[in-house]
Design a protein around this ligand. Structure first.
Ligand code: ZN
Length: 194
C-alpha cells in the first residue's frame, strides 16, 4: 500500500519539505525539458525547483525524441537555452545586452548523453541561442552528477543562470535543495520515495 503524501509537495509525510521551501519569483519563465526517465530518479531536483520558484514549466518527453511542445510565444528573440558548448556565449553580466529581451530560460534535464540526443533529434531546440555558465564553484549536488550543465543539478544551474539574468539572489533556492536532501537522506539513506 502506498504511504500517504503531503498534498502540497507530494512527498511522503516524513519527507515533506514544505516548511523549508522559499517562494522565489522573477520575470524569467523557466522551461525544463525533462527526459521522462529522469523524473523518476530519487535525486532529481526539478520537483524541488518547481516547489520553490515560479514561473516554471516542466515538459516531459521520452525517447525517441520526436516532438516538443513548447509555449507558443517562445521565440529565438526571447529565449535562451542553457547548454554549454563552443557556440554558447558566456552568461555574465557584461553580456547583459544579449539577454535584455529574455523571457524564457530553457534547460534540459537529462544525462549528458540524452541531452545530446535531444539536441540532435529536435530541430526546435537547436535554433535557440545558447548560453553557458562561467566561473563555477563546486556543485552542492554530490550524489549524482549527470545534469547537462557543467555537472550542476538542474536546480543549481537554474539558480546560477537566474542570478545573472535577473540580478536576484537565488541562494535560498540552492539552500532549499541542500536542506531537503539532508532531511530526506537522513531519514531514508537508501530509499527516497519519489
Ligand atoms: Zn509537503
Amino acid at each position: 500500500m502506498s504511504r500517504p503524501r503531503c498534498s502540497q509537495c507530494q512527498y511522503v509525510h516524513e519527507q515533506c519539505v514544505c516548511d523549508l521551501r522559499p517562494s522565489l519569483v522573477s520575470d524569467i519563465h523557466l522551461v525544463i525539458v525533462q527526459d521522462k526517465r529522469e523524473a523518476h530518479h530519487a535525486k532529481n531536483t526539478v520537483r524541488l525547483l518547481s516547489l520553490a520558484y515560479s514561473p516554471v514549466s516542466i515538459i516531459q518527453i521520452a525517447e525517441p525524441f520526436v516532438a516538443l511542445d513548447l509555449p507558443d510565444d517562445m521565440s529565438v528573440e526571447n529565449t535562451l537555452l542553457l547548454y554549454p558548448g563552443e557556440d554558447a556565449f558566456p552568461l555574465v553580466r557584461e553580456n547583459s545586452e544579449q539577454f535584455a529581451s529574455t523571457k524564457y530560460l530553457l534547460l534540459l534535464d537529462a544525462t549528458w548523453r540524452k541531452a545530446k540526443k535531444m539536441m540532435y533529434s529536435l530541430d526546435h531546440l537547436r535554433c535557440f541561442p545558447k548560453v553557458a555558465l562561467t566561473d563555477l564553484e563546486e556543485s552542492n549536488y554530490n550524489i549524482r552528477k549527470t545534469s547537462v550543465s557543467h555537472g550542476l543539478s538542474t536546480l543549481e544551474a537554474s539558480a546560477r543562470a537566474l542570478e545573472v539574468i535577473t540580478e536576484t539572489d537565488m541562494t535560498p533556492l540552492v539552500n532549499f535543495m541542500i536542506q531537503s536532501h539532508k532531511r530526506q537522506w537522513r531519514l531514508h539513506p537508501n530509499i527516497v520515495s519519489v
